[in-house]
Design a protein around this ligand. Structure first.
Ligand code: NAP
Length: 252
């Protein structure tokens, strides 16, 4: 009998959780615990870090996990690397459920940067009104460019106010629409958008809105991950499960 550990925190992981529940496949969804009230899920949920590679490998053994599905965000590079290493240690097969990166289309005005540091460095110069669409993480890095007014959008209200000298904070967990994001950009006079190349449909509203308004966008490229088995459709995970035997002998 399979027993899946699904590393989540994404729309794709929630879609797979629904599919696994529908097919009666035993599975547990794991959250890092960054969001105060995650959405209700149709499968059991556990919350919090495992304690690095060794911790996750120990969990896989103790919970008798037969298959590991990494459906974390493309920028959750530490978790994804740990998952691969722990799966090898524990002798558990792993597949990643990912989403293709976004590519620019006609009308887009993108500048691509390698990472957060590159995004900060690209924001030198005259004050602008910037939609910093990065969630809570990395906001403090932009204090190095204090001349701008930043519009921030967080899922939860932060315990401590962001340290950026000029900012507007919006608390909203979406889903976001191109029309809604366009109205937001117009209302706040946004003339630059900064975001990560997350890919997927859930977060692309801001790209469509920026395109419609002709607003330049700084796109942060994805971190590079070690090679691994990957699928982009939750249904393909079910096929992978069908074709991937339950391990009989576990690594030590
Ligand atoms: P990260 O930097 O790769 O991971 C840092 C640590 O958080 C990991 O070493 C692990 O702790 C713990 N962790 C991460 N994901 C976990 C999960 N699904 N279950 C249990 N522990 C987890 O990750 P991150 O970028 O902070 O992302 C954290 C969570 O937010 C992930 O679930 C991700 O899918 C979601 N998320 C991230 C982004 C983003 O832009 N990075 C955007 C949207 C959603 P231990 O080492 O102790 O095991």
């Amino acid at each position: 009998m399979p027993n899946i550990l699904l590393l989540g925190g994404t729309t794709e992981a929630s879609a797979l959780a629904r599919l696994l529940a529908k097919h009666g496949v035993p599975a547990t969804l794991s959250y890092a615990g960054r969001t105060e009230a995650p959405r209700a899920q149709p499968i059991p949920v556990r919350v919090g870090g495992f304690g690095g590679v060794e911790g996750l490998a120990a969990y896989l053994r103790a919970a008798r996990v037969t298959h590991l599905v990494d459906a974390t965000h493309p920028f959750a590079a530490t978790m994804s690397a740990n998952a691969l290493a722990a799966a090898q240690l524990a002798g558990v097969p792993l597949v990643a459920l990912t989403r293709p990166a976004w590519v620019p289309v006609s009308g887009d005005r993108w500048t691509r940067v390698a990472d957060i540091r590159g995004a900060v460095a690209a924001l030198g110069g005259a004050p602008r009104r910037i939609l910093l669409a990065l969630g809570r993480m990395h906001v403090a890095d932009f204090a190095a460019m204090p001349q701008h007014h930043y519009v921030l959008r967080f899922v939860d209200a932060p315990a401590v106010s962001p340290i950026l000298p000029h900012h507007t904070l919006i608390v909203d967990r979406g889903p976001f629409t191109p029309e809604g994001d366009r109205a937001l950009m117009e209302a706040h006079g946004i003339d630059r958008v900064v975001c990560k190349n997350a890919g997927g449909r859930g977060a692309e509203a801001k790209l469509i809105a920026a395109r419609a308004l002709g607003i330049p966008l700084l796109m942060i490229d994805r971190p590079t991950l070690p090679p691994r088995a990957e699928v982009t459709d939750p249904a393909a995970v079910l096929e992978w499960l069908d074709h991937t035997a339950v391990p009989t002998e576990r690594g030590v």
